[in-house]
Structures are given as C-alpha cells and as structure tokens.
Design a protein. Structure first.
Length: 337
C-alpha cells in the first residue's frame, strides 16, 4: 500500500521569503488527487487483475492579479460481475470498488480558502447463495480503494515600510496576525488513518504557523522592521483528506479481520485563512506591490452609526420600563379586588 501522506501539511513550512522578489505579485493554487484500487480477483478474467491507479493534478498561477481559483474532481471506479448457478438458476453478483476526490480552492491577497473531500467505497465483499445441490456457497472478491485529496493555495506580495517623519533605516514595529478557521471530519477512524486536516503559514517576513489542531487557530507577532526597506510577505494554506475502504489484514483481534465498506474525509477552510498587518509605531505606514491594504478591518461608519443610534433607543426603553412598572402594579392590584 502506498504512503498516504497524512503529514502533507509539512508543505506549510516552505520558506515563503524566497518566492517573492521586489515586484513579485502572484496568487498560486495547486491541487492533486491519488485514487488507488488494489489488485482484485475476477473469475471472469481468470484470476487476479492488475490494480487501477489514477492521478490528477492541476496548477494555476495568476500574476499581477488579486484572485485565483480552481476546482478539481477525480474518480476511479469499477464493477466486477460474477455469474453463478444457484438453486433459482443463473444469477449475477455485482462487486463495486472506487474512490473519489474533490478540491475547491481560492486565493486572494491576504485571504485563502480550500475545501477538500476524499471518499472510498468497497461493497459488498461477498454474497451467499444456495447452489443447485441446496448447499450455501459464497460469491466473493477481494479489493480495496484509497481516495487521497490534497492541495495548497498561496499568495505572494512585497511590503515597503515608509515614514514622513522618521529617517531611513529607523527601527519601527509592525504587528502581523494570521488566523485560520474551519472544520475537518473523517469516518471511520481505522488503522490506515482515514483523516483530514489543514494548516497555514504566513510570512511577514517572519513565519507564523497555524494548524487545525491548535487550541486557538490564531497567531500574532510583533517584529522590528526598517523604514525604507522592502520585505517579501505571503501566505500558504494546505488541506488534506485521505480515505481507505476494503479489507484490512493488519487490523485484527486474534481471528477478526477488519473490513471498511465506506469511508469519507473532508476539510473545509473556505475563504477563512486571513492575514492582517498593522503599524504599531506612530508616523509609519506601508505600501505593497499589489496595492493591497492588509490592516485589520474596523467597523464601517454605517455600523458605528447604527450602534450610536441605538443608544437613545435604550434610554427610551428604560423610561418606558419605569412607566410600565407602576401601571402593571396598579393593574395587578385592581384584578385582585
């Protein structure tokens, strides 16, 4: 059985600094799926049949743009038909095994998203029938399937630190925040590691790693930069889903062999890997090659106006409540007479 690559998230520790030059502006998306079906026994073909192995990969790079997206769907599936003479006459028995993967990606400056799904099925493994002599026999075959979906999306930009009051070379502080929110699920959790996960690395220009297993999927770092200098910044998000269905000869309890009929795994981090960069030192600002402002968003004026307009409403509620209480008291006393 091939390596499943559950630790594919090690992609996230790639150094981003070497990917962006002084004018590099790009969004990149990579997706790949490995769908594997083991050797299977087919009496109609005289015995064991070679495995089915399908790979599909896509890459998408958009330069000098703010957005890149793509979708990848892959399927590997087959059906084995076995004909047997039963007490009721000739009868066909069907065995199916297959794997699927689905990957959706989007990349924008400061924001990344992915959704991956892997599925594998193997059903049923055997049929029992009554032969012409009235004895019970088994029509069966052996096969297994693996569905493996993984990919990454990334963006690269450059940052120039500026100030109208401080001289070139002055040390200033900037605060970077990287956050990833999403969900992952896998079923069943078996020996072969049906699993899903995701993680992200942000470079600003220091590295911050955020994974789905972190208790708080957010990191904030303050770093000292120099006025007048240009720095590469970027982010990369990776997600992985692996599934296995079939006989598992290694999963035994003395005489019990484990059989997984259907398995699925998914990770959903769509549009939720975000990067923010704020200036800490007064009198300092920055520009980027892409023209993107990575500052943490503040409430829109309409939102603030809505909050402010609600304050008189609260005061009116308080006054109304003061007037209502005596009225209710009098009404209650009148009703008890």
């Amino acid at each position: 059985m091939k390596t499943k690559g559950f630790l594919v998230l090690c992609l996230l520790v790639i150094a981003l600094a070497g990917n962006a030059g002084a004018s590099s502006v790009s969004c990149d998306a990579w997706a790949g799926s490995n769908l594997y079906v083991t050797d299977y026994y087919d009496p109609s073909q005289g015995g064991w049949v070679s495995p089915l192995f399908q790979q599909d990969y896509k890459t998408n790079t958009v330069s000098s743009s703010s957005f890149a997206s793509q979708t990848l769907d892959t399927k590997a599936f087959f059906v084995v038909t076995e004909t047997r003479e039963t007490k009721a006459g000739s009868q066909d028995f069907l065995f199916s095994v297959g794997a699927t993967s689905h990957i959706s990606q989007r990349a924008g400056f400061g924001n990344l998203g992915m959704a991956v799904y892997g599925g594998a099925s193997n059903a049923p493994m055997s049929y029992y029938y009554e032969d012409q002599n009235g004895d019970y026999q088994a029509a069966e075959t052996t096969a297994a399937a693996e569905g493996d979906a993984s990919g990454s999306v990334e963006w690269h930009d450059t940052l120039t630190v500026l100030s109208d009051t401080l001289p070139l070379g002055s040390e200033v502080k900037l605060r970077a925040t990287g956050t990833v929110t999403g969900s992952s699920s896998a079923s069943p959790i078996d020996f072969f590691g049906t699993a899903a996960g995701f993680g992200a690395t942000f470079s600003a220009p220091w590295a911050m790693n955020v994974f789905s297993t972190d208790p708080v999927p957010t990191q904030t770092i303050e770093e000292t930069l120099l006025v007048g200098n240009t720095y590469p910044i970027g982010g990369i998000l990776g997600a992985h889903a692996y599934t296995f269905a079939g006989w598992n000869p290694m999963r035994l309890s003395d005489h019990v062999v484990w059989h997984v009929q259907d398995a699925s795994a998914a990770a959903d981090v769509w549009n939720t890997a975000s990067f923010y960069l704020d200036v800490v030192t007064p009198g300092v600002y920055y520009t980027t090659a892409s023209g993107t402002n990575y500052s943490t968003p503040v409430p829109a004026p309409s939102t603030l106006l809505l909050l402010i307009s609600g304050l008189p409403g609260l005061a009116m509620v308080r006054r109304f409540r003061k007037q209502l209480l005596p009225f209710l008291h009098n009404l209650n006393a009148h009703s008890m007479r």
